[in-house]
Design a protein around this ligand. Structure first.
Ligand code: EPU
Length: 312
């Protein structure tokens, strides 16, 4: 366990939990502990912490809602930051006096933000129905699906740099690509969205339709981290193809390693049972990757983030 880093935050307004059971906080519910879980109470404390970590070369990772994340069984080193104090969960409408803008801090809950905007008759985020995330996590990876991605509604993103400064990037300077953005590391502080006024009843119906589609095609009731692999580009057609379909066609539904298996409902979901380990999940992923490559010559790339010691 790390002891030195305590000096990085002992004078700051933060809560610190050494040896925190981080794996249990993820949607998978598997994996090890974090040497240090730090929850800043103020933006200033977060800025100072970012600067000090960069200067000392201490890895810093941001934990969102753990929905797209696997923690290695041996745990993670460095500092894991959780932005769940009220200062980081605030959502403000009309933040600059401009109607239709919504500013959400990085730790705000995606589902709650979507429902609240919908109730107020503001559309533009329905594509995020049924995607569990914090705003910061969803924006960082441009989360989304068939109906669009979160980047479609972004007006600007405010980050904290490694030097501890706040910098705001307008959408025109940002690239939102398939499950990827060019938003600089290390920290997203807040995002401003541009929304469209509409009839709350119609907007709500749309959100429900998208959620129902997801529920019918994906194992939402089981433990998983959503899609395990990105949809790869088929080298022949140069179009993205469904990783789920490729895994299914390779006959891998139901493939099991310990307590982890390829879902029978949607093959791009690896689901866990009580007693599963992160090693089981990684074992299934490696086997899937190898066998899909053998089957159709296409290499799958992990969508799920994997945190382990010695890597940041
Ligand atoms: N399919 C199969 N077998 C399967 C799964 C899918 O044959 O086991 C077929 C389906 O029948 C369909 C096609 O593959 O014809 C595409 O499937 P689906 O509509 O489920 O979409 P997907 O490409 O597998 C993507 C996103 C999902 C998102 C859905 C719906 C990726 C990697 N996946 O899945 O996102 O929810 O579209 O919008 O981009 C996620 O990112 O975590 C995620 C789940």
């Amino acid at each position: 366990m790390l002891t030195g880093p305590a000096s990085l935050f002992s004078d700051l307004d933060v809560d610190v939990k050494p040896d925190a059971p981080l794996g249990r906080l993820t949607w998978y519910g598997v994996g090890g502990r974090a040497d240090l879980l730090v929850r800043p109470a103020t933006i200033e404390a977060l800025q100072t912490l970012a600067r000090r970590c960069a200067r000392s070369g201490i890895p810093l990772r941001i934990f969102g809602s753990g929905a797209n994340l696997l923690i290695a069984d041996e745990g993670t080193d460095g500092i894991v930051i959780r932005l769940d104090h009220p200062a980081f969960r605030e959502v403000r409408y009309n933040p600059t006096g401009t109607e239709r803008l919504l500013k959400a801090m990085a730790g705000a809950d995606m589902a709650r933000t979507l429902m609240d905007a919908t109730r107020r008759g503001l559309g533009g985020l329905a594509q995020m129905a049924g995607i569990p995330a914090t705003i910061g996590g969803a924006v960082r990876m441009n989360a989304g699906g068939k109906f669009g991605a979160i980047g479609d509604a972004v007006e600007s993103v405010t980050c904290i740099t490694a030097g501890g400064q706040r910098v705001t990037y307008p959408a025109g300077e940002l690239r939102f690509e398939y499950r990827r953005t060019n938003i600089p590391d290390p920290i997203i502080l807040s995002t401003t969205f541009r929304l469209e006024p509409g009839d709350p009843v119609a907007l709500r119906r749309r959100v429900k339709e998208i959620f129902a589609f997801k529920k019918s095609s994906q194992p939402l009731g089981e433990n998983s981290a959503g899609c395990a692999f990105k949809n790869p580009v088929d080298p022949v057609t140069e179009q993205r193809v469904s990783a789920g379909r490729l895994i299914d066609e390779a006959g891998l539904k139901g493939l099991t390693r310990g307590g982890a298996k390829v879902s029978r409902h949607h093959a791009n979901f690896i689901v866990t049972e009580p007693g599963a380990t992160a090693t089981d999940v990684i074992g299934v992923m490696e086997e899937v990757r190898r066998r899909v490559l053998d089957d159709c010559g296409i290499e799958l790339e992990r969508e799920i983030e994997y945190w382990r010691r010695g890597e940041s």
